[in-house]
Design a protein around this ligand. Structure first.
Ligand SMILES: [Zn+2]
Length: 213
């Protein structure tokens, strides 16, 4: 294992521990992956992040072969297919963060109730259709719901977010949880006023040029 790859593995484990510390994941339920030469690295199934060592992270090669002592996360198909379909994805974070998951249990996405919804890449965060965890169907549904977006909810399950690197994907997963919490809070007091298509298009355009002016 090269020192660069070891560094990636260390950061993946740290990200997993941080997810739990922040309360956006519980125990062993979430998983993290990073694209590397020839495939991707993914956290193993059923081992708590606190007990994980860099060597325990599984290397999934593009041809389907795996290298490592443990079996990869049960959602490895989801990670594989996102890397396959989305060239810009350098890392993926999957969580069962509480507010986003509650919304996903209602099979509701996040509408444009706040301009920051556009950070996901479009005017809403979709909720993928339900399928059993770990299945190809779940992956297919998620890839569809992710079209033009950097995150989606998974019905009766959780969230998946992608980014150019681990920090970016982690930030996206956190943002979706925050937006879900705000949306839920707003719903307690009434029906949030949604921003219209024209306004969301304006915001999306501003985000595209943000920092470049
Ligand atoms: Zn899951």
């Amino acid at each position: 294992m090269s020192s660069t790859e070891r560094g990636v593995r260390v950061r993946m484990i740290e990200a997993g521990r941080r997810m739990n510390a922040l309360g956006i994941n519980q125990g062993k339920s979430g998983n993290v992956s990073v694209r590397v030469e020839g495939g991707f690295l993914v956290t193993p199934s059923g081992i708590p992040y606190d007990a994980l060592n860099p060597a325990d992270v599984v290397f999934m090669r593009r041809d389907g072969e795996r290298e490592g002592t443990y079996t990869p996360s049960s959602e490895w198909r989801l990670h594989r297919d996102i890397y396959e379909k989305r060239a810009e994805a350098g890392a993926i974070v999957h969580t069962h963060s509480p507010h986003a998951t509650s919304l996903a249990c209602l099979r509701r996405g996040i509408p444009p109730f706040h301009y920051e919804v556009a950070l996901v890449g479009g005017a809403d965060v979709r909720c993928a259709e339900y399928a059993t965890f770990g299945t190809q169907e779940l992956s297919d549904n998620a890839v569809r719901a992710l079209e033009g977006r950097r995150a989606c909810l998974l019905a009766n399950h959780g969230v998946v977010a992608l980014g150019k690197d681990l920090q970016d994907a982690f930030g996206m997963a956190e943002k979706v949880e925050t937006l879900s919490r705000l949306y839920w809070q707003a719903l307690q007091m009434g029906e949030p006023v949604l921003l219209d298509d024209a306004e969301m298009a304006r915001v999306l355009d501003k985000f595209r040029t943000y920092g470049r002016e």
